[in-house]
Write a protein that binds this ligand. Structure first.
Ligand SMILES: [Zn+2]
Length: 286
C-alpha cells in the first residue's frame, strides 16, 4: 500500500494497525534527473547522499507507521531547506521572489547546493531561474505536500503525531567523532523533551553513543512539522555512515545488518511509545 510519484518520492502506508507515527527520508534518493547538468564527478555527488537510510527504516510500515522517501538526490534539490533559502550568486538573472539565504547556504549548502563538499563545485555554470523553479515545483513542493498530508491526517485522526526525520551523517571530526547518532529537536522546540530522551535512551541501551542538539540540530523539515503545542512532535535522527557503509565507495559495510536490526528495534519501541500515548488519550477523552 502507498504510492509513488516517479522520480520524486514514494510513500509506504502501514500494513496493519495504523499509528500516528511517520518517518521520512529526504536525502537517500539516488535517481539523478537528466536535466541536472552538473559539472563534477558523479561519485562526489553520490557521496552526499544519505545512502540506504530508507532501507534502514523499512520495517516502519510493518509496525503501523508511514514511511516516505525522496527519490531525487539531495544535491539536485534539498527538501530540508526552505524554498527561499537559495544563494543568488548561483542564479543567472533575477529570481521571481525574494531570497533569504542562510549561513549554510552562503557556504554552498542551500536549497540548491553550490558544492558537493568543500573544494568541489557542482556546476561550471550559473543556473537559470526557470531551472531552479522547476526543481522546486517538481521536487520540493510535492515532498512537503505528501509529508504534510500524512502528518496532518494522522494528527486529526489521533489528536497527536510523532514524526521522525531520518538522515545519515559523514564521519565527524573533533569532539563528536565518536558519535553514532545525533538527535536534533532544534534546542527542544520541535517535540516534547520526553520524545527526544526516549529515543536517546533506546539507542544508548543498544550500546550507541548518542548526542543531542550538537552540530545537527534539525533544519527545515522538523521546523515545519514540529509544533509540540499542537501535539505535533518532530525529531531529526542522524546516524553515522561509518556504521553501515564505506563512505567513499558507498558499498554497504559488514555492520549494515546489525544497524538495520537495531533501527527495527527502535521502530518497535517508537510504535509502543505511540500506542501507549494513544491509550492514555483514549482514557482521558472518556
Ligand atoms: Zn540528510
Amino acid at each position: 500500500m502507498g504510492f509513488e510519484i516517479p522520480g520524486v518520492l514514494w510513500r509506504r502506508d502501514p500494513e496493519k494497525g495504523e499509528l500516528p507515527l511517520v518517518f521520512d527520508s529526504p536525502h537517500s534518493g539516488s535517481l539523478y534527473p537528466e536535466d541536472f547538468g552538473f559539472g563534477c564527478d558523479l561519485l562526489a555527488l553520490r557521496q552526499t547522499e544519505d545512502a540506504y537510510v530508507e532501507e534502514l527504516y523499512e520495517s516502519a510500515p510493518l509496525r503501523g507507521a508511514t514511511l516516505i522517501a525522496a527519490l531525487f538526490p539531495r544535491s539536485y534539490l534539498d527538501p530540508n531547506r526552505a524554498a527561499d533559502d537559495l544563494d543568488p550568486a548561483l542564479i543567472e538573472g533575477a529570481f521571481p521572489y525574494p531570497l533569504r539565504p542562510s549561513q549554510r547556504t552562503r557556504s554552498g549548502l542551500g536549497l540548491v547546493r553550490r558544492i558537493a563538499r568543500p573544494g568541489i563545485a557542482i556546476y561550471d555554470r550559473k543556473l537559470a531561474a526557470a531551472e531552479v523553479l522547476s526543481r522546486i515545483e517538481r521536487c520540493h513542493r510535492p515532498y512537503h505536500r505528501v509529508l504534510e498530508e500524512a502528518c496532518e491526517r494522522l494528527l486529526r485522526a489521533f489528536g497527536i503525531l510523532w514524526h521522525i526525520n531520518c538522515h545519515s551523517m559523514p564521519s565527524a571530526s573533533g569532539r563528536l567523532k565518536d558519535a553514532d547518532f545525533i538527535l536534533g529537536d532544534r534546542g527542544g522546540t520541535t517535540c516534547a523533551p520526553r520524545f527526544t530522551s526516549f529515543v536517546a535512551e533506546v539507542l544508548r541501551e543498544r550500546g550507541y553513543r548518542v548526542y543531542v542538539n550538537e552540530i545537527y540540530r534539525g533544519v527545515e523539515i522538523v521546523r515545519r512539522q514540529g509544533r509540540p503545542a499542537q501535539g505535533r512532535h518532530s525529531l531529526q535522527i542522524e546516524v553515522a555512515r561509518r556504521l553501515y557503509m564505506d563512505e567513499r565507495s558507498l558499498a554497504k559495510a559488514a555492520g549494515f545488518s546489525r544497524l538495520k536490526a537495531d533501527i527495527a528495534h527502535l521502530v518497535e519501541a517508537l510504535a509502543a511509545f505511540a500506542e501507549a500515548g494513544c491509550r492514555i488519550r483514549a482514557v482521558k477523552s472518556r
